[in-house]
Design a protein around this ligand. Structure first.
Ligand code: SAM
Length: 248
């Protein structure tokens, strides 16, 4: 794929520390014809800081369905776009998926640049197994919330949730009820910012902690998967013998 055939770049932007913008992100934002932004004011400030002056067009969940068709038409005619969200990687719990899907199905090229996103540092900071994990994004607020939590009862992989500070306690309580209060977890708050905090412990310990400690800012909750019951050598041997006797 040559760079020149790409019509849409997804450009990750810092989640709290402006130094996390990549050189390629800056270069790409400088090179495109139009920048699509979730919030033109927020992105406008970042672009000003980077001394980039480009036409900005708003692209958010409320207009994305309507906007996609027109944008794809413009891309077909040769215009090159960058999509940015307020923070982090576009399309990760942010608008973008719809546009990516339609651009691909129109036979055009898309490229997402590597860069800031909240869930990767939260997962690694948690100290929980990260060889396999599941990204759950935001839990539904009301309808479907319990069904979603119940669908994770047998999940053995580490789970990652995005959460708002005022809903964290409720989420910790509901997860403790579903998975048991001893399940290990980590709350990553204000990642990459001055007051970054990673609090690790059981769901019960985290609830205790946030009873008395301020809960402000942006949050990622990482939760251990269901512990696998490991069979002892003796248990394995017994099973083998039982199977052998059955087949005799
Ligand atoms: N696109 C973003 C990404 O790549 O991570 C996510 C956008 S989503 C609308 C916003 C959520 O991401 C927040 O509610 C929080 O759960 C998480 N988040 C974003 N920045 C964060 C930070 N600095 N520290 C902790 N969590 C953060």
């Amino acid at each position: 794929m040559s760079e020149s055939s790409i019509r849409l770049f997804l450009v990750p932007t810092p989640i709290g520390n402006l130094k996390d913008i990549t050189l390629r992100a800056i270069e790409t934002l400088r090179s495109v014809d139009v920048i699509l932004a979730e919030d033109t004011r927020t992105s406008g400030m970042l672009l000003k800081h980077l001394e980039i002056s480009k036409p900005l067009q708003s692209y958010h969940i409320f207009n994305e369905h309507k906007a996609v068709e027109k944008l794809v038409e413009r891309m077909k005619k040769g215009e090159v776009f960058a999509l940015v969200s307020d923070a982090g990687t576009p399309a990760i719990s942010d608008p973008g998926f719809l546009l990516v899907r339609e651009v691909i199905s129109a036979g055009l090229e898309v490229q997402c640049l590597p860069g800031p996103t909240a869930f990767v540092p939260a997962l690694v900071n948690s100290g929980l197994p990260n060889d396999r994990f599941v990204f759950e994004g935001f839990l539904p607020h009301k309808k479907g919330r319990k069904t979603r939590i119940d669908s994770l009862l047998e999940e053995i992989r580490t789970m990652i949730f995005y959460e708002s500070p005022h809903r964290l306690m409720k989420t910790l309580e509901q997860l403790a009820e579903a998975f048991g209060p001893e399940r290990q977890a980590c709350v990553s708050r204000e990642l990459s910012k001055l007051h970054e905090e990673n609090v690790r412990g059981s769901l019960a310990e985290l609830m205790d902690y946030y009873e008395t400690n301020p809960l402000k800012g942006e949050i990622v909750l990482v939760v251990e998967g269901k512990p696998e019951i490991k069979e002892t050598r003796e248990e394995k041997q017994e099973k083998k013998q039982a199977a052998w006797k059955k087949n005799k």
